[in-house]
Design a protein around this ligand. Structure first.
Ligand code: SAH
Length: 542
């Protein structure tokens, strides 16, 4: 075991999911904030366990060429960002590497490289901010939590936010200080203002200000509104009532104090209404690129029914609608479902339907009612898919499954589970939606393979993927499985080979029948022939 407070020399070799450096000393993994891989460092051990330890860099002995001076003056204290101490090339390398190793280690893939959608500029991209507020020596201020604590670090100008968003924070805090509005204190559960939540439409420039309060009334709201109106784009002021103890930012009750209570923005060429509760990707440009990649992978045709699980306000669902026959979205937050329905209306989209409920349970119900989507897209929160969702997807047996993920570890876990159900990973791509922060998004395509192989090759130039196994159409077990799943009929190898011959498909050696038709051979009944032919069609064999 390493000794606490002792100093050791170490080489930083890797990163944790949270973006800390990892070094191995005497067989023990040491986690180091603000480290860059490849650096030799002198570290002091601050916490020591049997197999791991937490340390601090005392001195950098050999500096990485990727280390840079921090542009953000509070980066070292603020828990908001993770990577201001390294260049963007290293950041995107480590993010892509994280996705690749997760899929290799947890999902049994053997990916040698992982492409990542990177950004041209790391500044001002976040269209949402949640500032906790605190008081120090009589003065109230707002900022972000220090990593792993609830101490608020003041940040005058956050570099990943647009200027207007910080202007809202400053305006609200001036109002708070001048009107002696009380500030919430977690320990006593007293005080009014807890968080300043700001959402700004990247295209529309509209700003929603939501003040999260431990109560229902704010003093001198008119004065606050007058001040906020001076900020270009200010559209609406909402009060969110959160009187509960705990870490959840928003409360359940929303009171509109000024304006419509929501803002609008344009994404993928469509107009969206956004309420405070509704999920909306924080990086607009990258979200559009990610969704486009996902929609391309979905390979939707006009006859297709598409199921979009975890659909939020229907961003991806509606962006797919014009290419599909029908789209169905499922989302658990009622306000987001309302937004999604309104979003369909305002864009004149008539082939979209939305259901409110748990994705897995709703999908199982849809399946029981005979819904068989050709394509399924899923975009779950960090915990990934639950057992119901996996079960429903398996039963629905879509031609393609596109999985957008914000956690490569749960993605890889789910890919492994889906592989057990007969799906195969066809392509994977990382996307950087959170420059300077450790989170990374991934979009993958899964399918049972065969029908899509040509299309995938054309669209995604996965030239180096081995497609040889797909060339003769589906295997006998795949055909049996398809027939069973779609008709409940069991068919034998013999029947499949008989119908193959009827269709002029070459029959594998083992299933060749004698040249002279043996009358004692059972002959495939018509209903089974029909089912087998359907499977051949499905697998692109006829
Ligand atoms: N696809 C959308 C939203 C993705 S975020 C977009 O890109 O804009 C994940 C969404 O899943 C959130 O809207 C969240 O409210 C929703 N969600 C979380 N748990 C869920 C569950 N069990 N069932 C359905 N939706 C859920």
């Amino acid at each position: 075991m390493l000794e606490k407070n002792r100093e050791y020399e170490a080489l930083v070799t890797d990163y944790t999911a949270e973006g800390q450096g990892i070094a191995h000393i005497e067989g023990c993994a040491v986690f180091l904030p603000n480290a860059v891989a490849g650096e030799r460092v002198l570290v002091r051990i601050e916490k020591a366990g049997k197999t791991w330890a937490a340390g601090k860099i005392v001195r950098i002995l050999e500096k990485s060429p990727h280390r840079v001076n921090r542009e953000c003056p509070v980066a070292k204290l603020c828990g908001g960002c993770d990577f201001w101490h390294m260049d963007y090339a290293e950041e995107t390398r480590l993010k892509a590497e994280r996705v690749r190793t997760c899929l290799n280690r947890l999902a049994g893939e053997q990916l040698e490289a992982m492409p990542i959608l990177a950004v041209p500029d790391c500044h001002g991209y976040r269209n949402k901010a949640q500032y906790p507020v605190a008081r120090d020596k009589g003065r109230a201020y707002a900022g972000f939590f220090r990593a792993g604590t609830h101490t608020v670090v003041e940040n005058k100008r956050c570099l990943i936010l647009p200027e207007e968003t910080d202007a809202v924070k400053d305006t609200v805090m001036d109002y708070v200080n001048q009107n002696q509005v009380s500030v919430y204190d977690e320990t006593t559960h007293k005080g009014l203002l807890r968080h300043i939540y700001v959402r700004r439409g990247a295209v529309s420039g509209q700003i929603l200000v939501c003040l999260v309060c431990n109560g229902e009334k704010l003093p001198r709201v008119d004065a606050l509104v007058e001040r906020l109106k001076k900020i270009p784009g200010f559209t609406t002021l909402v009060l969110s009532v959160n009187t509960k103890k705990g870490n959840a930012v928003l409360g359940d009750k929303f009171i509109t104090l000024y304006g419509p209570g929501y803002i609008e923005d344009t994404l993928c060429g469509l107009s969206f209404r956004l309420s405070p509760r509704s999920f909306y990707q924080v990086n607009h440009t990258q979200a559009e690129r990610l969704y486009k990649a996902a929609i391309d992978l979905a390979g939707i045709t006009k006859d297709d029914t598409v199921l979009d699980l975890y659909c939020g306000v229907g961003t991806i669902t509606l962006a797919m609608a014009s290419a599909a026959g029908k789209v169905i979205g499922v989302e658990v937050i009622p306000q987001a479902v309302e937004d999604a329905r309104e979003n369909a209306r305002r864009n004149g989209i008539r082939n979209a339907e939305f259901f409110c409920g748990d994705a897995g349970q709703a999908a199982l119900k849809l399946e029981e009612n005979g819904v068989r989507p050709d394509v399924i897209t899923v975009d779950p929160p960090r915990k990934g898919l639950n057992a119901d969702a996996i079960e429903a997807i398996t039963r629905m047996n879509p031609r393609r499954l596109v999985y957008i993920s914000c956690d490569p570890a749960t993605l890889a876990r789910d890919v492994a589970l889906l592989k057990e159900k007969g799906f195969a990973l066809q392509s994977a791509q990382a996307a950087d939606l959170f420059p300077r922060c450790a989170h990374v998004e991934t979009v993958v395509l899964l399918s049972k393979g065969e029908v899509d192989s040509k299309k995938i090759r054309v669209e995604f130039s996965l030239e180096d993927m081995d497609m040889s196994e797909f060339q003769d159409g589906a295997t006998y077990p795949q055909i049996k499985e398809y027939v069973l799943e779609h008709t409940g009929l069991k068919v034998s190898n013999l029947y499949i080979s008989q119908i193959k011959r009827k269709c002029g498909i070459e029959v594998g050696k083992n299933y060749n029948l004698p040249k002279s038709e043996d009358s004692r051979q059972p002959q495939c009944p018509p209903e089974k022939e029909k089912a087998i032919r359907e499977a051949f069609k499905y697998f692109g064999m006829i």
